[in-house]
Design a protein around this ligand. Structure first.
Ligand code: ZN
Length: 422
């Protein structure tokens, strides 16, 4: 896909210094005004301020208007935009028009039947690797669109890189280890833990009623706009729209699935566990980094009101995960920037693996193929069927197969046997 001719050049503009200007040219302190921003690319050699991350999304939307757009889904307590990269416009126009509207907003190839995947980061302010990894993923998808395997393109993506923008900025300017949002409680300590504020089993284990606690849950479920607008946005779609909810945190190197509120398993725990283990194995193979897989409460500790529990329990999104990025504690939250790229790659591997499971079936890594005497290899999975002409045992065709599906050909035989690909 071609870049739009209006694409702006790369710029390394610093921090969130976009000038805030009212219509009548009066400056203001909050962002309920027109923001004059310069869209630009991003790098993954440094941690970036909120303004730079948002400008980067503006750059992607301007440069690739045929596959993505930005949308503000709400505002934080301090009126910062909750900005996502998405395909929101599609469901407003797609069904009204015979073909995709030119202004169709999406990160997708525009098929209405695509499954949707939500990715968020930065819910906890100090976990800087999370927005960095999530923007890395967005960049891989959008800038690398033409070379993406089919299973990554047959998705409508929704990417929210900084779910707690007020806290994130505060962690840059004032307190590097700030975790919560910036809710004021008068003379008491500020902040609510957004990942204890979601509306499923809110107020249970692993949460605190004390505003000074790092795990303060707020006064009620969704008392905080940053959590509320995520739930409002996801809930505005028909159920079944979202097939995965992926929330990136740090640290510890875990891939966690519900439940978090108690030491309990979901009914489809085996599915969630299988796909999480596939992701963990893929990371180990590609980068050598080890991720631990398991149910949140059983693996880490119980924590009610988490976003992944809400996504599973209320929004009924099957593949709901919290991914705790690296490291395992050497640097903890203060992870040096030169670890961003390797973490970004691992995060992308998680997304790729889960996406493959969604589009091709959870057993896609054990694909069955039939090779006929004429040299035609037909490979099927639950949701996809693809054919490749294959002259067995021609290595290049096998490589083509591997490139297309990212799986290795373990064995194959002529005739009507069923070779296994792993
Ligand atoms: Zn966190």
């Amino acid at each position: 896909m071609k870049k739009s001719s209006s694409s702006s050049s790369s710029s390394s503009s610093s921090s969130s210094s976009s000038s805030l200007v009212l219509n009548n040219n009066l400056t203001c302190d909050v962002c309920v005004c027109i923001v004059r921003s310069i869209s630009h690319r991003l790098t993954w050699q440094a941690y970036h301020r909120l303004g730079d991350i948002h400008d980067f999304f503006d750059y992607l939307a301007k440069t690739y208007p045929d596959i993505c757009s930005v949308e503000i889904i709400g505002y934080s307590l301090q009126k910062r935009p909750l900005k996502i990269l998405n395909n929101f416009f599609k469901y407003l126009t797609y069904f009204l028009l015979p073909s995709p509207h030119p202004k169709n907003k999406r990160i997708s190839n525009g098929r209405a039947s695509n499954p949707s995947i939500w990715i968020d980061g930065g819910m906890h302010a100090r976990e800087w690797i999370s927005p960095a990894a999530v923007t890395y993923i967005a960049n891989q998808i959008v800038e690398g669109w033409d070379d993406l395997p089919l299973h990554m393109r047959d998705i409508n993506w929704y990417v929210h890189p900084v779910a707690n923008p007020d806290g994130y900025e505060y962690s840059h300017t004032t307190d590097r280890l700030w975790r919560k949002n910036m809710r004021s409680h008068g003379r008491q300590c500020p902040g609510v833990d957004l990942n204890r504020n979601f509306g499923y089993k809110w107020g249970g284990r692993g949460t605190s009623a004390n505003p000074c606690s790092q795990t303060y849950r707020g006064t009620k479920a969704f008392s905080e706009p940053e959590a509320f607008y995520i739930s409002k946005f996801i809930s505005s779609f028909p159920k079944e729209t979202f097939k995965a909810y992926l929330s990136f945190h740090c640290y510890g190197q875990y891939i966690l699935y519900p439940w978090g509120y108690d030491y309990l398993d979901t009914a489809d725990m085996a599915d969630l566990d299988l796909v999480a283990r596939q992701a963990g194995t893929s990371i180990a193979k590609s980068s050598g980094v080890k991720y631990t897989v398991g149910a949140s409460a059983n693996t880490l500790y119980p924590a009610a009101g988490g976003s992944d529990d809400w996504a599973k329990g209320i929004a009924e999104i099957k593949y709901s995960y919290t991914i705790e990025m690296g490291d395992t504690g050497r640097y903890g939250f203060i992870l040096p920037a030169h670890y961003i790229e390797s973490n970004g790659k691992d995060a992308y591997t998680v997304v790729d693996t889960i996406t493959r499971a969604i589009t091709m079936g959870k057993n896609s890594r054990r694909r069955h193929c039939t090779a006929t005497d004429s040299g035609l290899l037909t490979c099927n999975s639950a949701l996809n069927a693809s054919e490749f002409s294959l002259n067995l045992p021609s290595v290049p065709r096998t490589v083509l197969y591997e490139k297309s599906f990212g799986v290795k050909c373990r064995s194959h035989t002529r005739g009507n046997s069923l070779p296994t690909f792993n």
